[in-house]
Design a protein around this ligand. Structure first.
Ligand SMILES: *Cc1c(COP(=O)(O)O)cnc(C)c1O
Length: 348
């Protein structure tokens, strides 16, 4: 038996490529004199590198940031190695050799990483300096080390911890980044993520590194008028049924019908990133009608209220697409909501 190339899927993710390109252009414009790059780690925040990277390339992005070396091959299908950087740097000789072989630029984060990179033959790298997030990056005090001074640094960067709020930490990090720029010879400087772009010109330097906002996330209140929704996930109704008053729905019978209610079982669950915290209070949509989620989210299914809707078995219905609102109601971050969307979505 020959199988079709693409299996039938009851989950699909429509990407608005025009909105994605427009978001990049808006962020590039908001970055002033600086150029915007693009964080495309975690399969472009769950939306799929194969669709996202070519669209961002066409829009004008020339820098693509990943977290893991395992993510490189998919992006190399679309851009040259020199346009890609792996933010986690090189953990061992094998990763350094992989960087050398692919031409992908490692972001060096520690003296140990600087040594590994130099021993592998060295060449162009980026350098991350920690200015207070205390996560990944070299300490300011280490920048004078001869090993660091001998690196061929294209982009010197740091990462903001609190760019999404009006925190005094932003100015503190900016001050420390300026100190770092005095100590390292670099081709270019980069500090801001999506939210950091909204902190103003002082934070822009030569290159910005938006991620979330490219994909429709409102990483900072100031972005609201500039960023459009990109991801439109949908799931199919796989059964409908008529309940009578007193019937309950789902594991542990957390919802009980007070009146006759038509409900639909939808093929999405926590294995697809629709977590249990998203259930209460959220609703799917069909042709403009709101379909509230009833009861507990199962691994592969949810049940929705079809009262007032003409949605039928087999129909696709829309998942909530307003990221800030869904984040608010679920207690999850916009980052989590996007990146959790699982492998069962048709991203084609
Ligand atoms: C993920 C990441 C970004 C993008 O951050 P957003 O908040 O998604 O815009 C930028 N820089 C670094 C170092 C990152 O790890």
């Amino acid at each position: 038996m020959t199988l079709p190339e693409e299996p039938p899927r009851s989950l699909r993710l429509r990407l608005d490529r025009m909105a994605l390109a427009a978001n990049w252009r808006a962020l590039d414009r908001l970055s002033g004199e600086a150029m915007a790059g693009a964080a495309v780690k975690a399969d472009a925040y769950g939306l799929g590198v194969d669709a996202v990277v070519p669209a961002l390339c066409d829009a004008g992005s020339r820098h693509f940031f990943l977290a893991h070396w395992s993510e490189v091959a998919a992006v190399l299908e679309h851009v040259a190695g020199s346009a890609i950087s792996v933010l986690h740097g090189v953990r061992n000789a094998e990763e350094a050799a992989f960087a050398q072989a692919t031409g992908v630029i490692p972001t060096i984060n520690s003296l140990r990483q600087a040594k590994l990179w130099t021993e592998s033959g060295g060449g162009t790298c980026h350098l991350m300096v920690d200015t207070g997030i205390n996560r990944l990056g070299m300490a300011l005090a280490e920048l004078g080390d001869p090993l660091v001074q001998s690196l061929d640094v294209d982009i010197l960067m740091s990462h903001l911890a609190s760019a999404d709020e009006a925190s005094p930490q932003n100015a503190r990090q900016l001050g420390l980044f300026h100190q770092a720029t005095q100590q390292v010879q670099a081709g270019r400087l980069s500090l801001a993520n999506s939210a950091g772009i909204m902190l103003g010109t002082d934070y822009h330097f030569d290159l910005t590194r938006p991620g979330l906002a490219l994909y429709g996330g409102i990483a900072h209140p100031g972005l609201a008028g500039h960023i459009a929704q990109v991801a439109y996930p949908q799931a199919a109704i796989i059964q409908t049924r008529q309940l009578t008053a007193g019937d309950s729905v789902g594991y542990n019978a957390l919802w009980t019908a007070r009146q006759p209610t038509r409900v639909g079982t939808v093929s999405i669950g926590y294995a697809d990133g629709f977590l249990r915290t998203m259930g209460p209070g959220s609703a799917l949509q069909h042709a403009g009608d709101l379909l509230p989620v009833l009861g507990r989210v199962s691994m592969d299914m949810i049940v929705v209220d079809l009262t007032g809707s003409d949605a039928e078995e087999g129909d696709f219905i829309d998942l909530p697409g307003d990221l800030p609102a869904l984040a608010q109601s679920s207690g999850l971050s916009q980052y989590e909501i996007l990146t959790l969307m699982g492998r069962r979505f048709d991203r084609g």
